[in-house]
Design a protein around this ligand. Sequence first.
Ligand SMILES: [Zn+2]
Length: 347
Amino acid sequence: MSKLGIIYDYQFLDHKIDTFSPENPDRLKNLYIEIANPKYAHLYKKYLPQVITSNLLHRIHSEFYIEQLRSFSFCINPYSYDKDTYLMEDSLYVAKLSSGSNIVLIDALMNNEIDIGFSLCRPPGHHALPERGMGYCIFNNASISTRYLLDKYNINKILILDFDVHHGNGTEEIFYSNNNVLTVSIHQRNIFPFTGHVQDVGIEEGKGYNINIPVYPQYGDEEYLYLFDNIIKKICEEYNPDFFIVSAGYDGHMDDNTSDTTLTYIGYQNIIRRIKSYIQTMNNKKALFLLEGGYNPNVLERCILDTLEELSTSYTNIHLTEQSSRAQLLVEKEIKPILKEYWPSIF
Ligand SMILES: [Zn+2]
């Protein structure tokens, strides 16, 4: 049975505006109430968030960018910095708390207090570039966590798997020429941020260490599970990372209107079960999950509770998906021709 550590905190709800944005405190409010229910207490150990230090933040984001955020957070129009990513007086503090929470969980993982961590924080991070926040993301939490593992713990083989329905463009860009970090993103094609093409495999030493699996609209459980079983599983096994970071977004659910994919609760449970089995085959079975998107609060709450339940049990019985003609076509026509040079195991 895995020891699971989580972080949730009402301070994460302080990043907010008066008008509606899909990325708002209601995404997590009810989840926090529910998760505090004693019936879930056996699932996890709770850790307290911490604000990230400037030194760590600067390993990914420049002082200029942070200063820019600070000045925009006092503008009258919260959208004066970016059309999606609002900035208010508390936004910078909450974003620093969000990034710092992952560091708390990494230390707990590396001290062997827990096996898997899940930071239930906001704002999300995977779209944030070193010099630019976008897509509701201010600091790139997955990248800061990865940089911390590289620098502090000398872990030089890190896999970042991003299953948010939007491409993790910030994470991709930050490690695009790095061969110590394998970035894998499965996302819907041709939606925000309109990046994440199969051909984008990395550059220089990082060539082959960036994998994009852009799915078509209307893909659902069958197609996703086929792609996990036939591409992602094989790559995880071949790479055999020393640390697993999961950018967990639940906005590909059929009832989340930011995407056209049709994943169900069962589909997400099966995705998590698969990721758990990949983690269990690693030498160093350490993994950090961090929350990215998911914009239907009810869907997000149930998906996260299911995920915690799944991650905390030892049950790993996986029924491999039979066939999916649509996903098979994507694999044969688009993915294999590009990736065969770098990842022979997918054949
Ligand atoms: Zn998303």
